[in-house]
Design a binder for this molecule. Structure first.
Ligand code: B12
Length: 500
């Protein structure tokens, strides 16, 4: 009998669980060689009891878990710990952004044996073979593990060509959890498919967690492959819209246009994440083809209206304040909604300077809204990622900021907030500044409720706007309780935590 393993996707969201692409792609890589089962924490009330049932059969030798920072840790940590305690012979492997970026606390926890650092498609089957035969791991790429007190990081392999990767085993996932439960009702459609068509990003923004993993490399599937798979989900399970989960879907204009042309006859609305500077270089006809094919909204990291800060983030030179505003207008003309995300609360030389920058960003966001009121605004608070050698991260370290050294500390409420980029523990940000940002966000979302909240009725949006008008216009953001009460009552959707 082939050796079996459990792949675990810890709980990330109670609304709209997406197709668990991370574990599914890993499963595709070992299909035929190893038996696998999936446990999805988004779908199970008590995933541990399910995992335990599997392990008690004695058939499972490996436990693989994907982990992104934030609430996924809340299940990933205690469950890995229990696997170790009750089934000490089972090898525990973690992959995904969290362990790749924070290997030390993970490995020194004592309950994670090996980390897959970056793409797992090639190294994971090699790792399982090596663990099976008790052979050395040193020559296998993309791994991090411990030898005594030493942490060994093996050679990072070039980003893999995904064209010949096997297609994702949706049919098998469907046996564990019905695919219909993963096709979400969103602003884009009633059955939205989550598809991931590329890895990496060619840029090196110093605040971004993708950079340490992919080192400014990007590779994507061909338009034909993307279309074939999207069509497969449409035909098999009725998918009628697509949300591309790529870090940067739009790197290649040619690929984007080809995909748009292929998907146009299917009348599927689609969405993806891109860069302002990249898409600003697209030809007018390309934007038109995209819009006509169903591209209704694109997510962009606008980040800040300060050219100096853009420079510090390694995003200057190619993106500027002037361009951010001009591009919002350009998107209005082609009828694609730009979803702009901003990162507020960067470190500065003095407390006054940090506070001044926040005030300036608020006014900049209002300026964008004047240029194109349809622009959707997403606000994050800056939480550092360990991008070694970047000016920004060096500055952060000088303030005394340190990540937790003990894995369990990551699930304390403060650090969870840090991960959600809502209330980080960065020493330069004072609580009145966080209040200021959050209060502005409340008023902004009142005055301009997001179009992506499909449950909010038009009359509710009107009421929200009406009560927020005076605050928005007069820059009076403190204590916006009346707006908060309505947002809570009507379960206002915040793309920041529900989306990306
Ligand atoms: C889908 C998604 C979500 C979904 C959750 C999906 C789920 N698992 O249920 C939702 C929308 C809920 C979500 C929320 C958040 N997310 Co999120 N999310 C993503 C997204 C867009 C796609 C992940 C994915 O499916 N990738 C496709 C797979 C194929 O790629 P992969 O995960 O890299 O997997 C490969 C390797 O990493 C490795 N691997 C991964 N897991 C495993 C496991 C094993 C066992 C092995 C062997 C290998 C392995 O092998 C895989 C194949 O090569 C990524 C960005 C991205 N493009 O990856 C962000 C991303 C992971 N999210 C991120 C963040 C920060 C969040 C939030 C915490 C914050 C926020 N405000 O958005 C929230 C809260 C999460 C929570 N509630 O726990 C960040 C992490 C950054 C960081 N600091 O490390 C990312 C990278 C986005 C970004 N660019 O900033 N997210």
């Amino acid at each position: 009998m082939p050796v079996s393993l459990i792949l675990f996707n810890p709980f990330a969201t109670s609304h709209n669980p997406r197709i668990p692409n991370s574990v599914l792609q890993v499963a595709a890589a070992i299909e035929g060689k190893y038996e696998w089962v999936i446990v999805d924490g988004n779908k199970e009330k008590d995933p541990w009891s399910k995992i335990r049932q599997y392990l008690k059969t004695g058939d499972y030798k490996f436990f693989g878990c994907t982990v992104m920072p934030g609430p996924q840790l809340r299940q990933a940590i205690p469950i890995a710990k229990r696997v170790r305690e009750e089934f000490p012979d089972v090898k525990i492997i973690w992959g995904g952004y969290f362990p790749s970026n924070h290997p030390r606390p993970v490995l020194f926890s004592g309950y994670v044996d090996v980390i897959v650092n970056g793409m797992g498609d090639k190294c994971f089957p090699m790792l399982l073979d090596a663990l099976q035969s008790n052979s050395a791991l040193d020559e296998i790429p993309n791994l991090i593990f411990r030898k005594g007190d030493q942490v060994v990081t093996t050679r990072k392999e070039e980003i893999l060509d995904q064209e010949n990767f096997p297609d994702l085993p949706y049919e098998k996932l469907n046996q564990f959890y019905p695919m219909s439960g993963y096709l979400m009702r969103t602003y884009l459609g009633s059955k939205t498919i989550a598809y991931h068509s590329s890895h990496g990003c060619p840029f090196t923004c110093s605040f971004c967690a993708v950079v340490p993993i992919y080192n400014a490399r990007w590779k994507g599937q061909s338009a034909e492959k993307i279309y074939r798979n999207v069509k497969r989900v449409k035909q098999l399970y009725g998918g009628n819209a697509v949300e591309f989960h790529d870090n940067n879907f739009f790197v290649s204009e040619k690929r984007t246009v080809e995909f748009a042309q292929l998907v146009k006859p299917d009348h599927m609305i689609w969405w993806g994440e891109g860069r302002i500077d990249t898409i600003d270089k697209y030809k007018e006809e390309s934007l038109k083809v995209m819009r006509d094919s169903g591209c209704k909204m694109i997510f962009f990291g606008a980040e800040t209206g300060s050219d100096a800060l853009l420079q510090k983030m390694d995003k200057g030179g190619t993106q500027s304040r002037e361009q951010i505003i001009r591009f919002a207008k350009r998107m209005k003309d082609v009828d694609i909604i730009p979803e702009y995300s901003f990162v507020l609360g960067f470190p500065a030389d003095s407390e006054e300077e940090v506070a001044r920058l926040i005030r300036e960003e608020i006014q900049f966001i209002k300026e964008i809204k004047r240029a194109n009121p349809n622009t959707e605004i997403i606000i994050y608070i800056y939480s550092p990622v360990p991008t070694e050698n970047s000016e920004l991260y060096n500055e952060v370290r000088k303030t005394g900021f340190r990540f937790p050294e003990k894995l369990e500390d990551w699930i304390s409420p403060q650090w969870e907030n840090f991960d959600l980029r809502k209330n980080p523990l960065t020493p330069w940000l004072k609580s009145y500044m966080i209040d200021q940002i959050k209060n502005f966000e409340t008023v902004l979302n009142g005055y301009y409720p997001t179009v992506s909240d499909v449950h909010l009725k038009p009359w509710q949006k009107k009421v929200l706007r009406f009560i927020s008008t005076w605050r928005y216009k007069m820059n009076c953001f403190s204590y916006p309780y009346e707006i908060k009460v309505l947002q809570k009552l009507w379960k206002y959707r915040q793309p920041e935590t529900e989306g990306f």
